[in-house]
Each structure stands twice: as C-alpha cells, then as structure tokens.
Design a protein around this ligand. Structure first.
Ligand code: SF4
Length: 301
C-alpha cells in the first residue's frame, strides 16, 4: 500500500516497520527476552559508541563471567578493564562497575524500575535509562538515539538531523510518534533504531530496500544534503590521545595478570614522550591504570 498523500502516515509506518522487524531484526543475544534486565543494560552501555555487531562477543563473555550486578561489583578492576578489551572508551567499564555496586547494594541486585532511579545510577544517561525502560521492562517511553533521530528526521521532516544533543522539538516529535500501546511502543523503538543501523544509515541509506520508502519525505525530495555532515564529524583517531591511551591499556591487558609494564616498555609504545606522559597521567586520573614509584604501570588492583 503506497501512501500518496503529502504527509507520512505514522500509524502506517509503524505497521510496516513492525512487520519488517519480525523478519529483518538481527538475532542479537540480548534481544527477544533472552537476557536479564541487567544483561540488557550491559548491552546498551557496551553499544554506546561501538557497533552492536562488534559488541556481541564481548557481551557474551562478560555475561558468562559476571551474570549479574553483584558478580560484577565484586570483580577486580584489572579484570574488568581487561575484559572490556577493544570496545573503546574504557572509562565506561569502570562506570559500569560503579553502577553494578549501586544496584547490588541499594537495590538488592535488581535494576530499579523507574526512569528516575535508573537515571541516577552511575554512568546511566537519558538514552540508557529509556532503552532499559523500553527493552527490558516493556514500558511505553520514547527512546532517542542517533539512529532514531536520523530516521525520524528524514522520514517526517525530509532532512538530515543535526548533531549534538537532541533538541526539544526532536524529543517532542519522538514522543508524539510513539504508538499508544506498550508493546507497539517497544517494537517502534526497536524497529526504528534497527532501520537506522542497518538500512537508513548515515552515509549510504539503502532506500531501494527500505520498508517505508513510499512514505519517506527525504527520499521523495531527492535526499537533499545526503553526505553533507550535519552531525558532528568523528574525531580522527590516528595520533590522538585516544590512540595513545589505547596502546598503553592494550599493552597492560596483554601482560599476565598482576604484571607491570616497565617504563622502557611504555616508552617504546609512542615516540612523543610529552603526549605519552600526559596520556598515562590521564589514565591514572581516570582510575584505569596505577603508576608505581619507579615509573612502571599496572592495571588497578
Ligand atoms: S527511504 Fe531511504 S532515507 Fe527514507 S527512511 Fe528509507 S532508507 Fe532512510
């Protein structure tokens, strides 16, 4: 059924996406009710700034090792940082452990069930709190991430979304579009997000395979501005402090448990001593490494 009116029909789009979700959703291990509430939260924290498909092996190993908040709360920091592997932004690992401690101690190892309580947990922002409310608890709440913003902006406004924080208008639009029932709202969040991740991608949307192409204002208007960066460009990686911090942490992770990285070994990782020292100091400040008096390094004990 093609829509030939000017305005996209939100109810029709929701139906089409729900049907598409049934057959096209990726079979990720935390989906379809197979993961605990805590497992869903872990998947959402890991997936921030990392593609979901890359997260799967890390999430699987992590949940086998620390299946609930209490287990993670009691883990040695060095093991937590090592298990985070190459997911990037390793401070997230320590924040997740802080979150686990709060859940274990204040909530008897069960995630709290209100948005405000979730938002108050360490490392949990609006997106994660909303995603857990929707995907773990099945509540009717608008989830707003980059993929959802891009799809809604293209389909309903015919333009690319801006970078930065979601504007009040975007939030209001996302809330207005949410289907009435709880089940419909959850499927809407999941399917719009999945469409943005796999079909309506930022640089090369696959419009000829899109289940809602007949309703999309952006496509109808000739995809104006596609390829122009309206979102914040990714910081180049080569030569950045992120790269140097990653090199130091990876070197530490690859050592046998409890070993130290000698100063000379650290110096072989990066030529620019000033940048190297600044990065080591920042890792120390973040609690990701410990500097010993002789200049060697180790993962926190
Ligand atoms: S038609 Fe193209 S631009 Fe529109 S929602 Fe589908 S993939 Fe995205």
């Amino acid at each position: 059924m093609m829509n030939d009116t000017k305005n996209p029909n939100a109810a029709d789009i929701a139906l089409r996406l729900a049907a598409w979700w049934e057959t096209a959703a990726r079979d990720l291990p935390w989906r379809f009710g197979r993961a605990s509430d805590w497992g869903v939260l872990v998947s959402e924290v890991m997936s921030q700034q990392t593609q979901m498909s890359r997260v799967v092996p890390y999430w699987t190993a992590w949940m086998e090792r620390w299946p609930d908040a209490r287990a993670l709360a009691g883990a040695p920091k060095a093991e937590v940082i090592t298990a985070w592997g190459r997911l990037g932004y390793p401070r997230r690992a320590l924040r997740l452990q802080e979150c686990a401690r709060t859940v274990a101690e204040q909530y008897d190892n069960q995630l709290p069930h209100t948005y405000d309580e979730l938002l108050a947990l360490p490392g949990v922002g609006d997106y994660t709190a909303s995603a857990v409310m929707s995907f773990a608890f099945g509540e009717r709440i608008a989830v707003i991430d980059t993929n959802i913003r891009r799809v809604i902006s293209r389909v309903f406004r015919g333009e690319e979304s801006f970078g930065g924080a979601a504007s009040p208008v975007e939030r209001e639009t996302a809330r207005r579009l949410l289907p009435e029932g709880e089940r419909g709202a959850v499927v809407w969040n999941q399917s719009v997000m999945e469409l943005g991740a796999t079909v309506c991608t930022a640089k090369a949307p696959l419009c000829d395979r899109c289940p809602i192409a007949g309703q999309c204002v952006f496509l109808r208007n000739g995809r104006p501005g596609l390829g122009e960066r309206r979102t914040r460009p990714r910081q180049r990686f080569q030569g950045t402090d992120r790269q140097v911090r990653g090199l130091v942490l990876n070197a530490l992770r690859e050592l046998p448990a409890g070993s130290v990285l000698e100063r000379e070994q650290a110096e072989r990782l990066w030529k620019d001593r000033i940048q190297l020292d600044a990065c080591i100091a920042s890792l120390d400040d973040d609690g990701l490494v410990e500097m010993l008096p002789d200049g060697s390094l180790r993962l926190p004990q």
